[in-house]
Write a protein that binds this ligand. Structure first.
Ligand code: HEC
Length: 453
């Protein structure tokens, strides 16, 4: 049944109720029928200082936009959630309305968006602090803002901030606050215990240091690989704690690294982006281990030989990764740029069983998320993860950054493309009993060779 049909049925049910009970009880009202849904599914973003462009905290704010609300609910644009609910997952905290909730909003709009009795309203939803996960244990911000030029190519910059930690800490959640949401395109983070990042910072006259990809290069020319990763952020990513017992370990004295991909806005902009750390409150047994499915590459550290010809509407890209140990997969992060259309990953286990991990039917660059499984699937050693994605490099793609379209190659610029299925795994044979790990979870799988300047 399509969304339209559902709304007609919803209205029919509603009219049926009108006929059999008092009209007053059946007319949907904001405070009684709609406000609980808006609180639960919309206000996390639609309130001041959050990502959405307007608030939905009062009746008046919802009434003014009621026809837009009906439209975005009808075509399932809001709340934003791009993973299929039929195949793949199921995922934690999926931002999806039930059909009952959808019908309730549609019926309210059709009834003329009546307010009803404020006494029926649920108590206001409280948001602990300006951080979605509550007050962080440690917030770090670069000592000064970085000034980004008005025009030109995207920039990648790494900011190095001393953690000040006098003992090693297990981290159970990480969050970021973009200092200037107009130019921060995505964020990667990690930490360094060798002092090399500090040296790279010192060699660059401005705050932080410039890189072409990853975390930059050492004077030897080799890529600088941080001692460990702390996760990333891209538009639409909601912070969520790691599963209980799973953590990332930051050694005493480490420097925290925030790598920011800036996309210029046409004006000179300033940015100082913060990272927030939440320390584990319960013992940690397993490290987060990174994995990644890439299209075929000539070597482990080289970039895929990708060329998407101008004008192609449905260019297919595939890739595979073999799981090297008995693992559980707790999260997946699909990553493409503006030409991405759809994306899926399927696990094929050595015993022949197949499981769709994630399916994104309508890719939206603005809504990239980390999808965490309700129940992390077991992936025995030797499981193959197969990625299948399609790209639209034609004029028909309204998101195509090049008009007219040009041939597009692999790279970090927004006008390049990528196709990566990032994976977050745990090793079944690892039992740390809260003891510091011998080596931090490395970013190795996530880094491609820097582009030539
Ligand atoms: C995760 C954050 C988030 C959640 C949750 C969310 N929104 Fe939005 N909403 C946005 C952002 C950001 C925009 C701006 C357009 C965009 O980026 O897609 C937006 C735009 C809108 C628009 C304007 C659409 C347009 O085309 O201009 C409406 C209407 C809307 N949201 C309603 C809702 C409703 C109703 C809910 C709850 C059922 C909701 N949103 C939940 C973030 C959110």
């Amino acid at each position: 049944m399509g969304p339209r049909m559902k709304s007609i049925v919803g209205l029919g049910l509603c009219l049926g109720t009108v006929a059999t009970s008092s009209a007053q009880a059946a007319t949907p009202t904001y405070h009684r029928d709609v406000e609980p849904i808006v609180q639960k599914h919309c206000q996390e973003c639609h309130r001041p200082g959050q990502v959405a462009p307007f608030s939905l905290l009062t009746y008046e704010q919802a009434r003014k936009r009621s026809s837009d609300i009906a439209a975005v609910i009808d075509d399932q644009r809001m709340p934003p959630w791009h993973a299929s609910t039929k195949e793949g997952g199921p995922f934690r905290d999926a931002r999806v309305l039930s059909s009952v909730e959808r019908s309730a909003i549609e019926a309210w709009v059709k009834a003329g968006s009546p307010e009803g009795d404020p006494k029926d309203a649920p108590p206001p939803r409280s948001f602990d602090s300006e951080w979605a996960l509550g007050k962080p244990d440690l917030v770090l911000t670069p000592s000064e803002s970085y000034t980004l030029g008005a025009e030109g190519k995207d920039e990648f910059r790494v900011f190095v901030i001393p953690s000040g930690l006098t003992e090693g800490r297990w981290v159970s959640a990480v969050d970021f606050r973009a200092g200037n949401a107009k130019v921060v395109h995505h964020i990667l983070s990690g930490f360094d215990t060798t002092g090399r990042a500090k040296e790279l910072d010192k060699a660059d006259p401005e705050v932080g240091y410039k890189t072409f990809a990853g975390f930059g290069s050492l004077p030897s020319g080799l890529p600088f690989i941080p001692s460990g990763g702390l996760g990333g952020w891209a538009p639409g990513k909601a912070p969520r704690p790691l599963p209980t017992g799973v953590g990332r370990f930051i050694p005493a004295g480490a420097d925290i690294l925030i790598q920011i991909h800036y996309h210029k806005s046409g004006k000179v902009e300033k940015d100082a982006t913060s990272i927030a750390l939440y320390f584990a409150k319960t013992p940690t047994d397993k490290l987060v281990r990174p994995g990644a499915v890439f299209p075929p590459r000539p070597g482990l550290l080289s970039r895929p030989n990708l060329r998407i010809p101008a004008g192609t509407e449905n260019y297919e890209i595939t890739g595979e990764w073999r799981v090297p140990y008995d693992a559980h997969l707790f999260a997946v992060v699909p990553h493409m740029h503006w030409l991405g259309k759809d994306f899926q990953m399927v696990a094929e286990r050595p015993d022949g069983t197949k499981q769709t991990l994630i399916k994104v039917d309508r890719w939206d660059f603005n809504w990239q998320d980390t999808y965490e499984f309700d129940k992390p699937p077991a992936l025995p050693s030797g499981t193959t993860i197969k990625m299948l994605a399609h790209f639209d490099n034609s004029e028909k793609n309204p998101s195509n950054p090049s008009k007219p379209p040009v041939d597009v190659t692999w790279g970090e610029q927004t006008t390049n493309e990528m196709c990566i299925g990032f994976l977050q795994l745990t090793r079944d044979d690892e039992h740390l009993n809260n003891q510091p790990p011998k080596a931090g979870g490395r970013l190795r799988a996530m880094i491609t060779r820097p582009a030539k300047p």
